[in-house]
Design a protein around this ligand. Structure first.
Ligand code: FNR
Length: 352
């Protein structure tokens, strides 16, 4: 199967596989405030994450490019939506365009459509410093994502089997490029130990990419003759991954992603420690099924709903939202207790 057929397979199966709204955030509940002492017009959604100045904490996470005309069209429309709504956008893995120059246009369109927006390059952890520089230059990127996708590769019939040396390559890339390096998972989450290793490798930001949303084990299992069903329920949920990463004293900026499709879950992700939230499958589904205008409308709706939620909590800024008191219960509480991560700090704090 050619690379571009595989890219299209991923999009097709990701859309077929979308279930109802993820429930992984149901264990997190905000404590209601009857006296928030705030006006809706006081709320600001902008935030500085590492060196990246975002006008919104919501962004379009890495999906596609490198699969010819169909992926060009998707990237073009995602870029138009990003420009209209002021959100940042990552492209899918650019290795295909590094190996085959004729695929460059499927990524370059993102910068053409959005000359001044925040655009993020993307490669896997097999990339070299040279590859990383090419990917960044290709789209004039403001940051580079390096994705970790061991479970996807293992489940993919034609996937990689050698994961040796990823951390060393990440260190070389972080030292060798002049934009911030974001290391991301693709839906299996990260433990605090993984995040600690990435900090020591020089990652500027981590995107925990937890389970609960797009499931690449299920997608790849559909493409296999003999499936590996044990990987379908593998991984660390998105809220647990954010809380694991946030428990590290070092304070590396955290991106939450994996399963976001509502403003309330976005608010919860930010409140428990993320500084930005990436959405992939949900935005792709709206774009492919309902079109560009519907995607722009959805992002605008998420912004206005997030503003309402922040008003209800008395949070004027994303920094305030990070102090909103929340109760953590259920399996998430059980996991964190087993891992020695304190949950009381979240329930007993307040917005000053
Ligand atoms: C992805 N994702 C992804 N990630 C990455 O780093 N490089 C890539 O090339 C791709 N390709 C890709 C294709 C498609 C069709 C989808 C839906 C997703 C993973 C994506 O960025 C994200 O980490 C996961 O999809 C989890 O987030 P959602 O989809 O649950 O919001």
């Amino acid at each position: 199967m050619s690379r571009s057929e595989r890219k299209w397979d991923h999009i097709r199966f990701a859309l077929e596989n979308r279930q109802n709204r993820s429930t992984v955030f149901d264990d997190i509940k905000f404590i209601h405030q009857s006296l928030p002492n705030i006006n809706v017009s006081d709320v600001r959604l902008n935030y500085l994450i590492g060196e990246l100045s975002l006008s919104s904490p919501i962004f379009i996470n890495a999906m596609t490019g490198g699969g010819g005309e169909k992926t060009y069209q998707i990237n073009k429309q995602l870029a138009i939506a990003a420009k209209h709504t002021g959100v940042a956008m990552a492209v899918g893995s650019q290795m295909s365009a590094i190996k085959d120059q004729t695929e460059r246009y499927t990524y370059e369109i993102v910068r053409k459509e959005n000359p001044t927006g925040i655009v993020i390059a993307n490669l896997g952890s097999e990339a070299t410093v040279e590859n990383a520089k090419l990917a960044i230059d290709m789209i004039g990127a403001n940051a580079l994502q390096i994705h970790l996708n061991v479970i996807q590769e293992l489940t993919m019939p034609e996937g990689d089997r050698d994961f040796f040396g990823s951390l060393n390559r990440i260190t070389e890339i972080a030292n060798g490029v002049d934009v911030p390096v974001i290391v991301k998972e693709v839906g299996f989450g990260m433990s605090k130990e993984t995040v600690e290793s990435l900090i020591s490798a020089g990652a500027a930001i981590v995107d925990v990419g937890g389970s609960g949303g797009t499931n690449f084990a299920e997608i790849e299992n559909k493409r296999r003759k003999q499936s590996l069903p044990f990987f379908n329920n593998w991984g660390i949920s998105t809220p647990i991954s954010i809380l694991e990463a946030a428990s590290i004293p070092n304070n590396i900026p955290i991106i939450g992603s994996g399963g976001f499709s509502s403003s309330i879950d976005i608010a919860k992700g930010l409140a428990i420690g993320a500084s930005a939230i990436g959405l992939a499958g949900f935005f792709l589904q709206i774009l492919v099924q309902d079109g560009l205008d519907a995607l722009i409308e959805e992002i605008n709706t998420l912004h206005s709903e997030l503003t309402m939620i922040m008003t209800a909590l008395g949070a004027k800024s994303i920094s305030d939202l990070k102090h909103a008191p929340v109760i953590i219960s259920g399996e998430t509480y059980h996991w964190l207790t087993q891992r020695g991560i304190d949950t009381k700090q979240f329930s007993q704090r307040k917005i000053k």
